[in-house]
Ligand binder design. Structure first.
Ligand code: FES
Ligand SMILES: [Fe+2]
Length: 383
């Protein structure tokens, strides 16, 4: 049988449960996992849980205002202790037999302790710690309690992903979204780092940036990308930004890195966005988006929108396909929304993988990052 390949990875890498499981074990359980934004956990007792590969981990702020992470596993018979996001006063109680832990992870009470147990040493039954750290205003967790600082993982690229200071920018809460894409997570990453498609799939939606002048490449497993605005958008740009500026005037462009594994950032002159890729199944991926904008008043936002509206009205953003060619009212390819175009392309690509006639053609120079990402995946799955 001939193995059908997408350059470096076989088709099964995008379709089989076996590959999915190996990635969960060897990639998503061994790297820092995005959990949320720093403001999600801002008071004692606030907690949230996150799936990091095979590990359910939760973060909680203690009474000392320190943020800690624990494996979300009761030390009695392993029931998941907490779910989702919430706030508690001072303790975390397992729903199964009511064993209770304080916010610092110590086991503080066992119901019917004397009657049911012949002595029990609660001091060695505290929750198992994991690691938590904050980088660029994002909370990250790692299953290993001794993994060290997150700067060991992101330090080398810390000053290369753009001049933004996300800690200083408030979240634009209406900008939160989460959706599922019917494609393997690597298809979603590959689309994000495919420079060749920018001028084509997005010919009507992203032409304010000069894709021919893009600078990009990998540092370790992390992908970096920057491109300048086209001259028409760059000239007198303050009049043209749709929202107030978030970076110094002499630094323009779009910084769109994809950090490993599946942590996308899309930042430009007027905003900072995250695009977190979470594999759910071999052919299903969740994407979580959150945004930060300028620390400016509503009045300044509307002033800037009004000031720039004339430019955008004439600039001619439109869908890839004209309305006449749309298959329906909500045809993503006629939407004029570049994210809808990306989702469409990813899902169409995934569908073709199940055809016995699928065969991949030559890769363009702008697709070099796609091939490089495949090699990185292979390397992580080696051992
Ligand atoms: S499993 Fe948690 S109290 Fe029994
Ligand atoms: Fe795209």
């Amino acid at each position: 049988m001939v193995t059908r390949m997408l350059h470096y990875l076989p088709v099964e890498a995008y379709t089989s449960q076996d590959w999915f499981d190996r990635e969960q074990r060897q990639i998503f359980s061994t790297t820092w996992r995005y959990a949320g934004l720093m403001e999600d956990i801002s008071e004692p007792g606030q907690y949230m849980s996150v799936q990091a590969g095979l590990n359910s981990i939760f973060i909680v702020m203690g009474r000392d205002r320190r943020i800690r992470a624990f494996h979300n596993i009761c030390r009695h018979r392993g029931t998941q202790l907490i779910r989702a996001v919430g706030k508690t006063q001072k303790a975390l109680t397992c729903p199964y037999h009511d064993w209770t832990y304080d916010l610092e992870g110590n086991l503080i009470s066992v119901p019917e302790e004397d009657r049911e147990f012949n002595g029990i040493d609660k001091s060695c039954l505290g929750l198992k710690p994991a690691s938590v750290d904050i980088w660029k205003s994002m909370l990250f967790v790692h299953p290993d309690p001794d993994v060290g600082s997150i700067m060991d993982w992101f330090g080398e690229i810390d000053d290369q992903i753009g001049p933004h200071i996300p800690e200083d920018l408030p979240e634009y809460e209406e900008g939160q979204s989460s959706y599922e894409i019917k494609a393997n997570w690597k298809i979603v990453v590959e689309n994000y780092i495919d420079v060749y498609h920018l001028a084509h799939l997005h010919s009507g939606t992203l032409q304010m940036y000069d894709h021919a002048k893009a600078e990009y490449g990998f540092v370790g497993p992390h992908y970096l990308f920057w491109e300048p605005p086209v001259a028409e958008y760059a000239e007198n740009q303050s009049q043209k930004l749709p929202a107030p500026r978030v970076i110094p005037e002499d630094q323009v462009g779009a910084w769109v890195p994809m950090l490993f594994p599946g942590i996308g950032i899309g930042a430009a002159e007027d905003g900072w966005n995250i695009f977190i890729i979470e594999p759910l199944a071999p052919d299903l991926t969740r994407v979580v988006n959150r945004s930060r904008v300028a620390n400016a008043s509503a009045w300044e936002f509307s002033k800037q929108a009004m000031r720039s509206s004339g430019f955008w009205a004439n600039f001619g953003l439109e869908g890839k396909y004209k309305k006449d060619d749309a298959t329906s009212e909500d045809d993503p390819m006629a939407s004029g929304d570049f994210t809808a175009e990306d989702i469409y392309a990813c899902e169409q690509q995934q569908k073709s993988l199940s055809s016995p006639h699928y065969e991949v053609g030559p890769a363009a120079k702008g697709e070099a990052p796609v091939l490089e990402h495949q090699k990185i995946i292979l390397k992580w799955l080696e051992e």
